[in-house]
Design a protein around this ligand. Sequence first.
Ligand SMILES: [Zn+2]
Length: 322
Amino acid sequence: MNRGRGIALRRAGMRLACLMAVLACCWSAGAANAAGYRTANFLVDAPTEELARKIGDASEHYRHTLAVEWLGRPLPRWSRPCPIKAQVAPHLGAGGATSFVFDKGEVFNWTMTIQGSEERIIDSVLPHEITHTIFASHFRRPLPRWADEGACTTVEHPVERARQHRMLIEFLTTGRGIAFPDMFAMREYPADVLPLYSQGYSLARYLIERGGRHKYVNFVADGLAGDDWAGALRKHYGVPGVAQMQTVWLDWVKQGCPAPPAALAASVPPPAARDGTARGQSPDPLPATASPARGPVASTVGRTSIYAQARRAGANPPPATR
Ligand SMILES: [Zn+2]
């Protein structure tokens, strides 16, 4: 990021600017886990047998249904299961981390750690983390962080998505927004990571509402192929460039994130049914007035899901774990 490239948004009194800050999320140590459960693609370690079974079955369910939603087809079975270590407690902050290795166009050595209440793990953390594995299996290379985290957040529970939207407004009104040219260039997490999640989610939501999930995947594929994000935006969404995308997106945010025109919305294929869970693109409410910061960011970090990946390069570096 470049502090000098912040963009002021004066019309609505919001300002988008780069700001480095201290990463305010961490893992809390949990109690020793006690039970295991094996499925075709997952090996779950959870506090009880019942929880291990629930998490394992839900993981397979999401792996199938979310792959169909994003890619139009299920993933083939992995050669080795992905271990999932789960810490489950009613008041444990929700979060997760998934790591894997890219090497010569392959992806392997999956590991996933998740934590939170049983409810949030099932309805938000698992679909988020499993979407990471679907993207890694599909693209076989790292994605821009905003595109990856943003998309993964769109499959979380509406409560979590609304939280991201509230945080977005806070960031945009307190100078913590990230200029799109910088955000599109990020391959690693910035020091001030939370705005990347909020903005990534909001932009992914904007794009998906205007073309569906398959188009989003194709857009990312084209952007990755030539590292030409302006060209990919133009081709798939009719927006001529990254800076123009920022302008269009900000106008949309300032208008309260309205649903797209009916004709456009009607052309977007509906998400696949997921057994009663509600994770469509329902509007997230915009606060009546964009408020200033409402306290330390750490207080809102409960649902920070950090996706880690390690690239095999040189002398066997340790995997990233944040
Ligand atoms: Zn993530």
